[in-house]
Design a binder for this molecule. Structure first.
Ligand code: ATP
Ligand code: MG
Length: 455
């Protein structure tokens, strides 16, 4: 049998409260009631409430303040507001703060049932993902690596397997997919964890410098070599070396690397004495090595030596189900770093993030959230806090592919508004002053809306 979902209904009118309770109980919900926000908060402390439905006008703490408190202190609980017609505007505003939806009085039961069911579906999804997240964390114990999608679980499984070996690993994936993070995780999960982890970004050195950085040099090996210097391979002895952006290294360095990978032997520049090293190599690239081989810029034999165990990191848009988790993770991170009280984002922002294509992958998402946390003045990030380029794209694609009645209430209202403004403008030959008069709104509002809807 399904476990009943629990609703808390708050209204100061005893009759309304009892009426709603009766209907919702018949629908199979477990219903708690309260005559004031204060009483409601006491009930919330007993676990298990999934959805709050509250009247806006309440004695004492009002419905809006109550809703804010619930959203702030009881993560995962959705809130629906019941409002008289005259206060619809503030209710619409409230949706920007994360309130799930609002219903105007008199309450139409069918409408209430549909909205309540949708809200509960969403909160169930959210709870499922919080569960999944803690299961994945408990199983893999990757600190600070977020992901519970099938694609990331495959990556985690592979990381745990290769960590037990000394095999060379190559990490492939677009920029910002987490290659460096995974390289560190492999090291940290390996028996080499208490030995050095050295990162070399191969593109950030000119050719000769890269060689001396990797292999070191003897005193007098070249002009300017005043004393002997050990390279990263020696410095990483017993540990792991992470060769980032390996796709563009010079032919000379390729030959030397091949020798390390084949024989685990290096020699410093200017020395003929070969030296054994015990270093695990992890390489990464976002270039197409196969094409580089065809073009003759990358050695085939080195490719085979590197490609022993490839791990391919998925693009963020191939694992959209992880985006909510990443949002939470980065909000926490940047709120702490910037000493801000930001706790979450509105459902609209979350939706926007989930549908964006993220060409810069996790790094782009991370930057967008850092930016939003800094811009946000409240505890919840709203669309206005986001970088402009994200919003413009979202506005354009928001209605794409959906039937009008499949959209949520705010989107339907926006569509209706757009239609009305468009037809009024057409009627008055795009004279905005006249249109504003006809619609009884001020000219500036009309300008803003016309811009918003591209009219
Ligand atoms: N799964 C993840 N969980 C949490 N943070 C992540 C995840 N993947 C990537 N990041 C973060 O995104 C940023 C980019 O990751 P990283 O530097 O590892 O990517 P990369 O694949 O090496 O990119 P590039 O090719 O541009 O060097 C980092 O700040 C990293 O912490
Ligand atoms: Mg990198």
């Amino acid at each position: 049998m399904d476990i009943k979902e629990t609703l808390l209904i708050v209204d100061d009118e005893q009759n309304t409260l009892e009426g709603l309770k009766e209907i919702m109980t018949q629908e199979g919900y477990h219903v708690l009631t309260a005559l004031s926000a204060e009483e409601g908060l006491k009930l919330l402390n007993n676990d298990g409430i999934d959805l709050v439905i509250t009247d806006l006008m309440l004695p004492g703490m009002d419905g809006m303040e109550f809703a804010r408190t619930v959203l702030r202190d009881y993560i995962g609980i959705q809130v629906i507001i019941i409002t008289a017609f005259g206060t619809v505007k503030s209710a619409v505003e409230s949706m920007k703060e994360g309130i799930y939806n609002y219903i105007t009085k008199p309450v139409h039961i069918d409408e209430l049932l549909v909205i309540a069911k949708k809200a509960l579906d969403e909160s169930r999804l959210r709870k499922d993902y919080i569960d999944l997240k803690s299961k994945v964390e408990a199983k893999y114990k990757f600190i600070n690596i977020i992901g519970a999608s099938g694609a990331m679980i495959k990556v985690f499984e592979k990381v745990l397997k290769v960590a037990k070996t000394n095999s060379t690993v190559i990490l492939r994936g677009e920029s910002g997919t987490g290659k460096e993070l995974i390289a560190r995780a492999i090291h940290e999960k390996s028996a080499r964890a208490d030995k050095p982890f050295m990162t070399i970004d191969c593109t950030s050195f000119p050719e000769t410098l890269l060689e001396s950085e990797l292999f070191g040099y003897e005193k007098g090996a070249f002009t300017g070599a005043y004393k002997t210097k050990i390279g990263c391979f020696e410095a990483a002895e017993g540990g792991t070396i992470f060769l980032d952006e390996i796709g563009n290294i010079s032919p000379d360095v390729q030959v030397r690397l091949l020798r390390v990978l084949q024989e685990r032997i290096i020699s410093r520049l200017g020395s003929t004495k070969p030296q054994k090293v015990d270093v695990r190599v992890i390489a990464a690239t976002n270039t197409n090595l196969e094409n580089a081989i065809k073009k003759g810029t990358f050695r085939k034999d080195l490719y085979y030596r590197l490609n022993v165990i490839p791990i391919i990191l998925p693009q963020l848009k191939q694992r959209r189900s992880d985006i909510s988790m990443l949002i939470d993770h980065f909000i926490k991170k940047y709120a702490a770093e910037n000493d801000k009280n930001v706790k979450s984002c509105t459902p609209e922002v979350e939706k926007l993030f989930i549908y964006h294509d993220w060409p810069g992958n996790v790094r782009e998402l991370e930057n967008a959230i850092e930016n939003a946390v800094v811009m946000c003045d409240e505890s919840v990030i709203v669309v206005d806090d986001l970088p402009k380029y994200l919003v413009t794209k979202y506005e354009k694609s928001k209605f794409a592919g959906l039937q009008e009645d499949e959209l949520d209430l705010s989107a339907q209202l926006e569509l209706a508004e757009k239609r009305i403004i468009k037809s009024t403008l057409e009627k008055v030959d795009y004279n905005k002053t006249k249109a504003a008069e006809l619609l009884s709104i001020n000219l500036r509002t009309l300008h803003n809306k016309a811009r918003k809807y591209n009219l």
